[in-house]
Design a protein around this ligand. Structure first.
Ligand SMILES: Cc1ncc(COP(=O)(O)O)c(C=O)c1O
Length: 425
């Protein structure tokens, strides 16, 4: 019998084929997926950081089923329905001083976020960061600089987008003393404003509070705080992309809490819908009130079933799963640091909560992409699903659900250790 992969080959273009595995999956429960050839695999990818409460959480299944019995689609531009308004109420209550606009994907939310910044400031330009991944739509792609492959073929992008260096201290473009953020990362904005774009032409500066596809890079706290002050000085909207790092992923409801910085606007997606396509743009009330009817919209955004799932997912997250992510993240990171002592090819262990990565390098921090692929393949053979990140695909990321337990992390560590030992022997 043909596998799902073989069938897909005939009808799905290369761009739509799975980039990471050939697995055919029939079921997901909690931290595990089950394949059509009878394997049970520990899933530390979660559909790329989307199933933050695990696969098919029974409360999510129940809420979605109940909602489907009443209304599957209404259209938020047309009517009001309970799950849409209730999720907005609960999320804005959790975030404070905000309003929320729902859409379907992370890219769409980022397009919305920059449209809102332009609309609210009546300014044209946006600054993004090197290493950033904001998505695949024409708007979000133009903000993306984690890999030129994402931009190749589509040059001639939306204009007036500029890039600053992200403070990646492990691969810093200037020397780092005592682990402190070099002044360069702050001072670069003076250069950008003096030479490329006047600050009063800048509508927004968009950044991931933990860079995702770019390699799970955590910026220094003082840098994020500097960004707030900089934006306040010039009336620029500070925009956070919390598509991947939001919704409990880093051991806080939103990653911004680690830095004590509130953006003017932020986007989120992935974990917000417990696996259903749902995303959101949050904005401070006075900013959101400038976004008038017709200035943005969409048919499916804030789908009733996705919002119903989002509501129970939020309850599960606030009811203990976020605290669990913080505790398990700390434990997991400690285990990865122990692994680093054993295998010096692990150049860096980093990340917040359960958004963790190890970077594999040769001498002088040269990326070891081939070894990274071998470790990931070997881990999968042994029953652990992982994927890479980083421009050179030489970091392995760990994004288990916020509900993961110590025994599952121990199982992953045993497999990982054995994969390193096998690949390095
Ligand atoms: C930080 C970040 N922003 C935006 C996106 C794009 O989200 P989507 O794939 O849902 O469009 C992603 C996806 O990986 C992401 O990690």
């Amino acid at each position: 019998m043909e596998t799902l992969y073989e069938r897909a080959l005939k009808v799905i273009p290369p761009v739509g084929m799975a980039r990471y595995t050939k697995l055919g999956v029939v079921k997901g429960i909690g931290s595990y997926i089950y394949t059509d050839d009878g394997r049970k695999i520990l899933d530390f990818v979660m559909g790329i950081g989307a199933n933050n409460v695990g696969h098919n959480h029974p409360l999510v299944v129940e809420a979605a089923r109940k909602q489907m019995e009443n209304l599957i689609h209404g259209g938020h531009n047309v009517v009001y329905y309970e799950s849409y308004v209730a999720l907005a109420e609960k999320l804005t209550e959790a975030v404070g001083d905000s309003m929320i606009y729902f859409s379907n994907s992370g890219s769409e939310a980022n397009d919305g976020a920059i449209k809102l910044a332009k609309c609210a400031t009546e300014r044209p330009a946006i600054i993004s960061f090197m290493g950033a991944f904001h998505g695949r739509t024409m708007g979000a792609m133009a903000l993306t600089a984690s890999n030129s492959a994402y931009r190749k073929h589509y040059e001639g992008m939306i204009p007036s987008i500029y890039f600053a260096h992200y403070p990646d201290l492990y691969h810093s473009v200037v020397p780092v003393a005592d682990g402190k953020c070099p002044d360069f990362y702050m001072d670069q904005f003076k250069t950008i404003f003096d030479t490329i774009v006047d600050p009063y032409s800048v509508a927004g500066i968009i950044m991931e509070p933990e860079q995702g596809e770019g390699g799970y890079i955590v910026p220094p706290k003082e840098f994020v705080q500097f960004m707030r002050d900089l934006c306040d000085t010039y009336g620029i909207m500070l925009i956070f992309d919390e598509v991947q790092c939001g919704n409990g992923r880093t051991g806080k409801l939103y990653c911004q809490e680690h830095f004590g910085v509130k953006p003017d606007i932020f986007s989120t997606a992935k974990g917000i819908g417990a696996g259903f396509p749902l995303s959101a743009v949050f904005g401070k009330k006075d900013v959101m009130e400038k976004w008038l009817p017709g200035a943005h919209g969409g048919t499916f955004g804030g789908n009733p079933v996705a919002c119903a799932a989002g509501l129970v997912s939020l309850q599960i997250l606030l009811g203990g799963a976020i605290d669990n992510a913080a505790a398990m993240g700390q434990y997991f990171k400690g285990q990865l640091e122990e692994l680093q002592k054993k295998y010096p090819v692990i150049g860096d262990v980093r990340g917040l909560g359960l958004m963790l990565a190890i970077e594999l390098v040769k001498d002088n921090k040269v990326p070891d992409t081939a070894l990274t692929s071998r470790i990931i393949e070997t881990a999968l053979e042994k029953g652990l699903l992982l994927i890479n990140c980083g421009t050179y695909h030489n970091a392995i990321r760990f994004i288990p659900p916020c509900t993961v337990c110590k025994e599952e992390i121990d199982e992953a560590m045993t497999i990982l250790d054995s994969a390193f030992s096998e690949c390095l022997s």
